[in-house]
Design a binder for this molecule. Sequence first.
Ligand code: C2E
Ligand code: CA
Ligand code: CA
Ligand code: CA
Length: 278
Amino acid sequence: AKQQGRNTYRFHTHALTRAAAERLSLETRLRHGLDRGEFLLHYQPLVDATTGKALGVEALVRWQPPGEDLVPPGRFIPLTEETGLIVRLGAFVLRAACMQAQAWREQGLALGTVAVNLSARQFMDDGLVEEVKTALAISGLPPHCLELELTESLLMEQAPRTIATLSALKQLGLRLAIDDFGTGYSSLAYIKRFSIDKLKIDQSFVRSLERSADDKAIVATIVAMARTLRLEVLAEGVETDAQASILASLGCVEHQGYLYARPLPPAELETWLRSHGR
Ligand code: C2E
Ligand code: CA
Ligand code: CA
Ligand code: CA
């Protein structure tokens, strides 16, 4: 038994060492990737279901290591958050999204707002507000065309710094949306206090809309709440016509999901916008 215990222990040590080594090498590759410009953005349309036209686009980051497949954000965002690399990556995303959106506007494409995801970790950095200002200044994008997507957990943090940062951002004239709404615990009080413009209903509630009376009730409640607070409300992850029509019957007509379009590289989004611009 003793012998076996030691082997087990050794096995775990080995596995841990390997995990740590893989983590370190991913971190190194991400750092180099940032230096070498290996990150890019795809854009997914946000659609008015009543007209089929674009209300905006959401910028979603991808990583393209040379000679490899495109890496989705779920595989690297968590590590960039843990290591603080998200601050540099986030600055890149902000600038690239604002510059792309303004370039489209100048070409006469009616894309509406461009939405950018912000991690809680970016709010712990002193430079965030300056970074947003810079992105707007160098791109020339009007602030009301930029929407920042935050998570509920961020609002609940209540650190004086978070509160000050949110109000400074809001004062720039941009829009704030709460992402993945319904999965956290934000209270009405916070939503009012931070001048939130939009709630994005998490795709987990949309997925089972046809089968689950509970999820349908949750969506109905969120929509009613949004109406009371005079907030926009958008449903994420809309994949089927059935989901779209249930959402519309509940009063939610801003949709995002594969039913309308997947996240697309800029050239393809451009083509999509030419037939779906407002
Ligand atoms: P998110 O912000 O909730 O973005 C929506 C995700 O749902 C995207 O995954 C999108 O491709 C996916 N999606 C859209 N429509 C559908 C649909 O109809 N069905 C299904 N099943 N999925 C759909 P993606 O691009 O892999 O991004 C995953 C997450 O990574 C994002 O979730 C966001 O939390 C994070 N992320 C992406 N880009 C950035 C970024 O620039 N900065 C930060 N901090 N996080 C980012
Ligand atoms: Ca988002
Ligand atoms: Ca989301
Ligand atoms: Ca999400």
